[in-house]
Write a protein that binds this ligand. Structure first.
Ligand SMILES: C[S@@+](CC[C@H](N)C(=O)[O-])C[C@H]1O[C@@H](n2cnc3c(N)ncnc32)[C@H](O)[C@@H]1O
Length: 363
């Protein structure tokens, strides 16, 4: 590819990367990230807080050897499907197998547990069936192909699940918002009313078109970043949950997406639920990241990855401040650049506050 066509494709990266409705996804700003990262010299990269894998996808597209990491099992499946996977796709017969009753004795855990919480009864029944069919892909495949087919199916299922949720989250028991016949200023009723199979096929097909090999051995892992090894990556990209003004603690992704975690760990879901909560979320165990102060975490990670180029995505205003993060990074890096661009999150338009997406690069 010549320089001109690379630039043209780069400006289109937000559309090239798989679509998602995940909080904090960097998909929309991939062209800006590319502009800021393209001149750095690196071959191997760790995306430490990988989320939807949108930034890993950018690195993969740039021809780097990528290690995607996220603490959530559901995001790990996305990492396998999009980053580790080079060529496996769900074909028509897989999709038929996944979306049809195949004569198994299907479980009914979602129907029994989540009635009137997130989805309609018929949708819960469908979710029980498809979750089981994903496990039963083992009747058709094994080994690495099974791992990747399952990951592709989970990814498509999760995107469909997010689309059909008010705010695209599982933080509250609020199915009533979907059912009420009122004029709304939020949400996408048309998508809520689109049936699950249609959305599933849409996402599965969409992903098939975006699957590619960059000739590298890319990997997905699922670890608390505080516990990963330092494998001598040339570059480490950190996009951690951050604390916005007027918030006491960083965004808790586990609580926002617990339902998807449950689907991946279906057999153990019941034992992991906090039955005292209206929304039947999972019992929460604090991660290492949550046990310490944000400053302590940054200091620990900067020290651990001091031999790599360190790139931090952060929001301004946030806690700790950009100034503070820069100061911590200066203890390990001699050359630091800070770039920012306006980024008003959709749900923040109301209060008119100006927010910035900030990129801190330490070399
Ligand atoms: C801001 S999001 C990252 C978004 C990502 N860059 C993207 O474009 O989708 C932060 C991610 O960090 C993950 N996370 C939170 N604590 C973590 C930890 N201790 N170790 C690894 N990942 C963690 C969350 O699950 C979440 O997906």
């Amino acid at each position: 590819m010549n320089v001109k066509s690379t630039q043209k494709m780069a400006s289109n990266l937000s559309k090239l990367a798989p679509s998602t409705r995940y909080q904090g996804s960097k998909r929309r700003i991939l062209p800006w990230l590319y502009d800021n990262l393209k001149d750095l010299r690196f071959e191997t990269v760790l995306d430490g807080f990988g989320g939807t894998a949108s930034v890993s996808y950018l690195f993969k597209w740039m021809g780097k050897q990528v290690t995607f990491n996220d603490i959530l099992l559901s995001n790990y499946q996305t990492g396998i499907a999009i980053i580790e996977n080079d060529s496996v796709r769900l074909d028509r017969s897989d999709i038929e197998f996944l979306l049809c009753e195949n004569g198994f004795r299907y479980p009914s855990f979602i129907q029994r547990t989540f009635e009137d919480i997130y989805y309609l009864n018929a949708e819960n029944k469908w979710l029980d069936m498809v979750s089981f069919n994903i496990k039963m892909l083992s009747e058709r495949y094994n080994g690495d192909t099974l791992k990747k087919k399952r990951a592709l199916a989970y990814h498509a299922l999760f995107q469909a699940c997010l689309c059909k949720r008010p705010f695209n989250l599982f933080h509250r028991k609020n199915l009533y918002l979907r059912k009420a016949c009122v004029k709304r200023s939020f949400g996408n009723k048309k998508t809520w009313d689109t049936d699950f199979p249609t959305l599933f096929v849409r996402f599965a097909d969409g992903l098939s078109k975006k699957t590619f090999s960059n000739g590298r051995d890319n990997k997905a892992i699922c670890k608390d970043i505080m516990k990963t090894g330092n494998k001598g990556f040339d570059l480490v990209y950190l996009d951690p949950p951050y604390t916005r003004p007027n918030e006491k603690r960083p965004k808790d992704y586990y609580s926002l997406y617990h339902f998807l975690e449950g689907i991946v760990d279906y057999e153990n879901w019941s034992a992991r639920i906090d039955w005292s909560k209206n929304n039947k979320c999972l019992i929460k165990e604090k991660t290492e990241w949550e046990k310490n102060s944000p400053e302590e975490n940054f200091k620990y990670l900067f020290e651990k990855f001091q031999d790599s180029i360190i790139v931090v995505s952060y929001g301004h205003p946030g806690t700790p401040s950009i100034q503070k993060i820069k100061h911590l990074l200066q203890q390990y890096k001699s050359e630091i650049s800070v770039t920012k661009r306006k980024y008003s999150y959709k749900l923040n338009h109301k209060n008119g506050s100006e927010m910035y997406e900030v990129l801190i690069i330490g070399r």
